[in-house]
Design a protein around this ligand. Structure first.
Ligand code: NAD
Length: 495
C-alpha cells in the first residue's frame, strides 16, 4: 500500500476536511506511487490561515537572532539528510541525483544565510534635519505569507521563500506543487524537528485553482510569494488585487546563450549542453535558445549535435543517466506539440524530436534531447517557453545583432555570452535585458546569496535570494525620536 500523507496545520498532521486525496507517481516509472496526499480546499486554507495569524503574534516577538538559531538547526538537519532527500526528490520529479543534491544544497545555503541574517537584518540610521532628534528606519515583519511553488526545484524554491519569510518574523501557509508534495512534507518535518513553533509554518496540499486561489484571495493573508508560469502569475496578480496584497512573482523564461566567434568553443559546448538539457530543460533559467555567430555556426552545430546524441536518458537515480524524464504526461505532450510547431514553421530538426522508448524508458515520460537549427527569431519555438529538452538555434552576424535577438522576447530572466573579448562581454552586460547575465557560464547555476529574478514578464520587479529577498518579507518603518523637549516642526522650524 502506498504511504498516505497529510496537511500540517497548527502543529498537527490532518487530512483534508473533504477527505479527498490525490496520487503522486514517479515520472521515470509511472507504476510506482510515491504517496497519497490530501486534495484540500478553501476550508483547509481557512484553518491554516487562522493558525498562522494566531502564531504571528508570538513569533514576531521572538528576537531575530533566536529565529536565526533555529534556521541554523534547519541547515544542519538538511546537511544530515541531504542524500536521502535528494533520492526522494529524484523519485518524485525525475531530475538526476547530481542535480537534486544541488537542489538540497541550495536549501542548506539559504538556511545558513537566513541564520546569519538573524543577527543582521540591517535598517538605516540617518541624521535628522532638526537638532536633538534621532531618525532611523527599521524592518518589521508583515504577517501571514502565502507561499506557492512549482515542482522543478522542490527544495530550493520553497526554502528561498519560507526561510527568509520566517526569519523576518512572518508566519507561513505553504502550498507546494502537486507533482512534488513529498519533498515539501519532508521539509516541514525538518522545520518542526529544528524547533519551529506550532502554527508558524503550515502546509496545505492540493491544486492551484482550489488551494492556490483560496490563499491568494484570502483577506487575512498579507503577502504572496509565487514562483511558476507567467500565465498563473497573471491570474494571481488579479486574484490578490482585491485585498491589495504585496505580491512577488517569479515567472517564466526564454533564456538564450550567445556564442561569439572568438569563444572557447569546447567550453561553450559544455555550457549549452548543461543549460539546455540539465533538469531535462525544465528550468526557468534553461537555455532554450542558442545564438551562434555565423562564422562558427556550422562547426559548432556539428559538435553540438554529436554530443547531444550521446546523452543517456534514464532513471535519475542511476549513475549512468545524463537526462531524466519530463515531469508528467502533460509536460511531455507540450514538448511534443512544440516540436510539431517547429517543423511546421520551417525550422530544421537536427536531433531528437520524439518520445524516448528504449530500455528502461517505456514507463516514464522520457523525451529525446531535441535541437532545431535554422530557427528564425520570429518563430514560436524562438519566442515561447517550452519547458522541456528543446533547443532552438539562431544565426547572428555580430554581438549587436545577437543581443537584439536575445532581447526579442516577453521574458527577461537569464542570459549568457561566451566570448574572450572583454569589450563584447561588457557590451552584453550593459545591453542585455535580463535579471541575470553570465559571462562564459551557462544560463543556469544561480548562487543563493545573489539576487534572483527577472525583468519584463518574468516577474513584477521583486528579487529572491541573498539580501534582496528581505526587502520583500519585511516592511520599512520610519522612527523619529525627538529629545529636545519642545515641539519641532519638520520643514518649518528649521527653515
Ligand atoms: P505553474 O504555474 O503551473 O504552477 C506553479 C504553482 O502554482 C503550483 O503549485 C500550482 O498548483 C499553482 N497554481 C496553479 N494555478 C493557480 C492559481 N490559479 N492560483 C494559485 N496557484 C496556482 O508552474 P509549474 O508547471 O509548476 O512550473 C513551471 C513554470 O514555473 C515555468 O513557467 C517556469 O519558468 C516557472 N519557474 C519560474 C522560476 C523563477 O524563479 N522565475 C523558477 C522555477 C520555475
Amino acid at each position: 500500500m502506498p504511504q498516505k500523507f497529510q496537511n500540517f496545520i497548527n502543529g498537527k498532521w490532518v487530512d483534508a476536511k473533504s477527505g479527498r486525496t490525490f496520487e503522486n507517481r514517479n515520472p521515470a516509472n509511472w507504476d510506482e506511487v510515491v504517496g497519497i496526499f490530501p486534495k484540500s480546499g478553501k476550508e483547509d486554507v481557512d484553518e491554516a490561515v487562522k493558525a498562522a495569524r494566531a502564531a504571528f503574534e508570538k513569533w514576531r516577538l521572538m528576537p531575530a537572532p533566536k529565529r536565526g538559531d533555529i534556521m541554523r538547526k534547519v541547515g544542519d538537519l538538511l546537511v544530515a539528510h541531504k542524500e536521502e532527500l535528494a533520492r526522494e526528490m529524484t523519485r518524485e520529479m525525475g531530475k538526476v541525483l547530481l542535480e537534486t543534491r544541488g537542489d538540497v544544497q541550495e536549501g542548506i545555503d539559504t538556511a545558513y544565510y537566513a541564520s546569519s541574517e538573524g543577527r543582521r537584518l540591517f535598517g538605516h540610521t540617518v541624521p535628522s534635519e532638526l537638532p536633538n532628534k534621532f531618525a532611523m528606519a527599521i524592518r518589521v515583519p508583515i504577517g501571514v505569507a502565502g507561499i506557492i511553488t512549482p515542482w522543478n526545484f522542490p527544495m530550493a524554491i520553497p526554502t528561498w521563500k519560507i526561510f527568509p519569510a520566517i526569519l523576518s518574523g512572518n508566519t507561513v501557509v505553504f502550498k507546494p506543487a502537486t507533482d512534488t508534495p513529498k519533498t515539501a512534507t519532508t521539509l516541514i518535518e525538518i522545520l518542526m524537528e529544528a524547533g519551529i513553533p506550532e502554527g508558524v509554518v503550515n502546509i496545505v496540499h492540493g491544486g492551484g485553482s482550489e488551494v492556490g486561489n483560496a490563499i491568494t484571495s484570502h483577506p487575512d493573508v498579507d503577502l504572496i510569494s509565487f514562483t511558476g508560469s507567467t500565465l498563473v502569475g497573471k491570474q494571481i496578480s488579479k486574484s490578490s488585487s482585491d485585498t491589495l496584497k504585496r505580491v512577488s512573482l517569479e515567472l517564466g523564461g526564454k533564456n538564450a546563450q550567445i556564442v561569439m566567434d572568438d569563444a572557447d568553443l569546447d567550453l561553450a559546448l559544455d555550457g549549452v549542453l548543461w543549460g539546455a538539457f540539465g533538469t531535462t530543460g525544465q528550468r526557468c533559467t534553461a537555455t532554450s535558445r542558442l545564438i551562434l555567430h555565423e562564422k562558427i555556426y556550422d562547426k559548432f552545430m556539428t559538435m553540438l549535435v554529436d554530443r547531444t546524441k550521446k546523452l543517456r536518458l534514464g532513471d535519475g537515480l542511476l549513475q549512468s543517466t545524463d537526462v531524466g524524464p519530463c515531469v508528467n504526461e502533460s509536460q511531455r505532450k507540450t514538448v511534443a506539440s512544440y516540436v510539431e510547431i517547429g517543423q511546421q514553421e520551417g525550422a530544421t530538426l537536427v536531433a531528437g524530436g520524439a518520445d524516448a522508448n528504449g530500455d528502461g524508458l517505456s514507463k516514464g515520460w522520457f523525451y529525446q534531447p531535441t535541437i532545431f537549427s535554422d530557427v528564425k527569431p520570429t518563430m514560436r519555438i524562438a519566442k515561447e517557453e517550452i519547458f522541456g529538452p528543446v533547443l532552438s538555434v539562431i544565426r547572428a552576424k555580430d554581438v549587436e545583432e545577437s543581443i537584439r535577438i536575445l532581447n526579442d522576447t516577453i521574458y527577461g530572466l537569464s542570459s549568457s555570452i561566451y566570448t574572450r573579448d572583454v569589450n563584447k562581454a561588457f557590451v552584453a552586460i550593459r545591453d542585455i535585458k535580463a535579471g541575470i547575465t553570465y559571462v562564459n557560464v551557462p544560463t543556469i547555476g544561480a548562487e543563493a546569496h545573489l539576487p534572483f529574478g527577472g525583468v519584463k514578464q518574468t516577474g513584477n520587479g521583486h528579487r529572491e535570494g541573498g539580501w534582496t529577498v528581505y526587502d520583500f518579507f519585511t516592511e520599512w518603518k520610519a522612527v523619529y525620536v525627538d529629545y529636545s523637549g519642545k515641539l519641532q516642526r519638520a520643514q518649518i522650524d528649521n527653515y
